[in-house]
Design a protein around this ligand. Structure first.
Ligand code: AHG
Ligand code: MN
Ligand code: MN
Length: 334
């Protein structure tokens, strides 16, 4: 008899819809749209060097960003998949100054909005280092209308779903709908994301710390002291291991699986740090908490912050619960 052991992401998403008895299938369709866009971006990320050599990359454009730069390309793919899928009424992207509302008043499609970072770690594209996509899904505040600013300024605690795609040595999609975290690896031979990491839980403590230590002299005292602690003490007097790729998704993914802490703190020059609350910090905080970890701004829970603007930045400490607690202790006592 024919038996099949793989579970594709589409099968998995549909199966999970049954957890929500009143679900109309919109979230399922929305996630499916995101899966499709991810596959298209995966395809182009994998051919980035080749297309560059062949001159497709910006060949006809002398006006800067526009033609086929991968971050712009990824942005367009996600916007078009979400718009044509008609299951969300608007998007906000790290690459756009303002949010984009879909449909007209009274005839808008979808009860959800999506905020995303289409290509994270884009400075790493040219040197063949892992990059990613981060997405987050909220319920719209005014169902039936096109998206408005209020939709995107909800605290992360209102998230319905969030996930990321890592374009690494293999391409993986990891997501949560608030009932645990599951990871899927793309099998290029069949073009499907297959369940490879069911029910991901992050270790309570790990031995990896990830921070751009080049900023050391400009960091708040509490962070400096925590770094010193990682180097000299660590857990049980054994120094921690430093790992920093410079792609948040890749750094986060490694620490999620192995246990560790990622820090992008405020500096004296940029007190809010670099990472964006909506597109980067909230979705990964939701995933991390669902996997048993924590995410704070140094003092308070990330998911409790009510955003004031679309591109708001926030200091970020995310990872294994015990390690985040320890870093918070240093911040508080500094
Ligand atoms: P993006 O490519 O979406 O702008 O994000 C870049 C971010 C993040 O991926 C990474 O962790 C961080 O920038 C690295 O910043 P530094 O180079 O300052 O360490
Ligand atoms: Mn980013
Ligand atoms: Mn980006």
């Amino acid at each position: 008899m024919f038996t099949r052991e793989i579970v594709t992401i589409n099968e998995f998403i549909q199966e999970k819809e049954r957890d929500f008895p009143y679900a109309k299938g919109d979230l399922t369709s929305l996630l499916t749209d995101i899966v499709i866009a991810s596959k298209i971006v995966h395809r182009d990320v994998n051919r980035a060097g080749l297309t560059n050599i062949l001159g497709d990359f910006g060949a006809t454009n002398v006006q800067g960003e526009s033609q086929k730069k991968l971050d712009v390309f990824a942005n367009e793919q996600f916007i078009s998949a979400l718009k044509t899928g008609e299951k969300c009424c608007g998007i906000a992207s790290e690459e756009n100054d303002n949010f984009i509302a879909f449909g007209k008043k009274g005839e808008s499609h979808g009860h959800y909005v999506v905020a995303f970072d289409p290509l994270d770690g884009s400075s790493n594209i040219d040197v063949n280092v892992s990059i990613g996509t981060i997405f987050s899904i909220y319920r719209t505040v005014h169902p039936g209308d096109p998206a408005c600013l209020e939709d995107f300024l909800q605290p992360g605690s209102e998230l319905v779903a969030a996930g990321y795609v890592i374009y690494g040595s293999s391409t993986m999609l990891v997501y949560t709908t608030g009932r645990g975290v599951n990871g899927f690896t793309l099998d290029p031979s069949i073009g499907e994301f297959c369940l490879s990491h069911p029910n991901i839980m992050t270790p309570m403590k790990g031995s990896i710390y990830s921070i751009n230590e080049g900023n050391y002299i400009n960091l708040p005292k509490g962070v400096q002291q925590y770094i010193d602690y990682c180097k000299s003490e660590g857990e049980g007097k054994k120094p921690y291991t430093a790992r920093y790729i410079g792609s948040l998704v890749a750094d986060f993914h490694r620490n999620l699986l192995k246990g560790g802490i990622y820090i992008y703190p405020g500096t004296f020059k940029d007190p809010k740090g670099k990472l964006r609350l909506l597109y980067e910090c909230n979705p990964l905080a939701f995933i991390c908490e669902q996997a048993g970890g924590k995410a704070i701004d140094g003092f308070n829970r990330i998911l409790d912050i009510t955003p004031e603007s679309l591109h708001q930045r926030v200091p970020y400490f995310v990872g294994s619960a015990d390690m985040v607690d320890k870093a918070a202790e240093f911040m508080k006592n500094a």
